[in-house]
Design a protein around this ligand. Sequence first.
Ligand code: ZN
Ligand code: ZN
Ligand code: FE
Length: 714
Amino acid sequence: MAGIFDNKPIAASARRGEADAPVAADAATCADCLAELFDPRDRRHRYPFLNCTNCGPRFTIVTGVPYDRPWTTMAAFGMCPACVAEFEDPGDRRFHAQPNACPVCGPQARLIDAGGRELAPPQPAGSAAAPADPLAAGARLLADGAIVAIKGLGGYHLAVRADDEEAVAELRSRKHREERPFALMVADLEAASRLLNAGERERDLLRSPGAPIVLAERRPDARVARALAPGAPELGVMLAYTPLHHLLMSDAALLGVEALVMTSGNLTDEPIAFGDADALKRLATVADAFLVHDRPIHMRTDDSIVRVVDAAGGHRTQMVRRSRGYVPDSMRLSPAPERALLACGAQLKSTFCLARGSRAWVGPHIGDLGSWETLRSFREGIAHFEELFAVSPELVVHDLHPDYLSTAYAQGRDGVELVGVQHHHAHLAAVLAEHGETGPAVGAIYDGTGYGLDGTIWGGELLVGGLRGFRRAGHLRPVRMPGGERAVTEPWRMACAWLAESAGGAVPELPAALAGAVEEHRWAAVGRLASDAALAPVTTSMGRLCDAVAALSGVRGEVSYEGQAAIELEAAADRTERGGYEILWEDGVLDPRPAIGALCADVAAGLSTGVISARFHRGLAAATVRACAELAAEEGTGQVVLAGGVFQNRILLESVSNGLLEAGLSVLVPERLPPNDGAISFGQAAVAAALSPGASSGTAARGRRQRSWPARRR
Ligand code: ZN
Ligand code: ZN
Ligand code: FE
């Protein structure tokens, strides 16, 4: 394709020259562009790829540095004279807008089937018929209940009309029995307000340039299919964020469709598809049609997910998943690392982090590193960031888990120094560092799984420390995890383990609440495992305790994704209940056995799940507050950090936070990064930076320190 870059190369494009030139995050279509999009007199009327210096694709299309058109996936499109004039006019809104394009010279949309055949063929020149519009045709298919794969900014979505029970159920079954809630897309704030009880802060997030999925309380009268988010009290909604989405939503609205399901274009547990050939192949069995275009996506990014929580004395943004619209914005690291570093993160909800000087760049959410595809995204993502931000890591930081693929990757890097950071220390450090703090602080770090210093599975941890070190000041009472990882998808196993623990090791009776869910003989076998030290690993996981309680309350015995039982238990909680089960805090151990006993008695007495759930949450919050307050006093610190995936539980987060504030303590919660393992890489970076010899140390924590980083020089 001929274009201005054939005869007018951009002088600044010395490839390594301006590595600090910021590559911005992708930004939702701005108001000016939106006005042009729907203005019949504008030359970009209904053009699905219009953008300007204030909006449009950025990070997802950048292939190299500096940020100039030749190093974007727009390189193949030469600008027409009208676009060049805008591009070169300092007074124009499109002055140096690298992805600048118009219907004459830019990318085009097509509606095709899985075999690549046009479903809305362009009319031959001179034809009397109106030109077929792929967007109008796609909207028509959606209105009729079809499933359409749509190429977006950072990957493919699968879309279906949200109010069509049958269509949504069909999408769910074609995606393979997954029960995770589907996200929704609507055109504007007014439409979002008909689905969500959204407060001011949530509305601000919805219309922010990052255009994330906002999780908020669903309105009882929201017109969406039941199959969309079974058991979930919240809905995830985002506004249209590209011109293509705006056109599609506006065409669909004409056909009576106000909301579309917009879920990641993948099958269960696979990463989102973003390459065109790959998407056609992988989604062929799911999508009836494909709405595509010819601007390649270079970096896969999923939709970011946020919610608003009432914690640490105000409304806070909780980032549940950080990717499109936020990556690659940098974070500050203080103290700064002496040498450039790479932190490899955890295994599930994987991210990586590169740091140089006081700046750290956390990569997009990658997901579970367990598949070949995600591992490739991880490796390629790291290489891409190293080039974009001119970071040549000399220090590589990893989790202590020997089986994490991120650990293996770190160990495979040549010529670097390796630093291991304990998982829950990284959770603590991530929150301290994002707030510019160094500790000492008390950290209640509650999650599903993390490799402990003693080789057991930690996850209900009370740490005291700062960036440079920590001690494990307390933890949940250890319990056997019968069947290891199988206990994650079969919470009834943890119920059995906790009952066995409460009964002093005897094989417990199968409780009535689980009678329909588990066969007697499986229960008995697991009961024997639970009391056999040789056969089941030990864990202090708080996530697994929540699972056990959910199973014992009759919420569910098996799940299709981690945390599902606990999420449904939280959703059931009766907010008016004032009771709480007793969880002991003695000698550094949180002991929930009295709570388990009381809970079983309440279940047997026929109390509602709502009351039981509330009593558990309130009891756990009270014990956590007591433990943190005591440790804070002991340590002489006023600061408490709440982190780990379990703190995505709103009731727990808000009640622990309120309790700590009432006790006169200050509370830090994760805001720019997730409470879950998506923050581990940044936490690892913060620890390694603070430990690097030249780092001006913050206030090092006092007390018995355990160094958790067996540094090895290679
Ligand atoms: Zn714009
Ligand atoms: Zn043009
Ligand atoms: Fe974790």
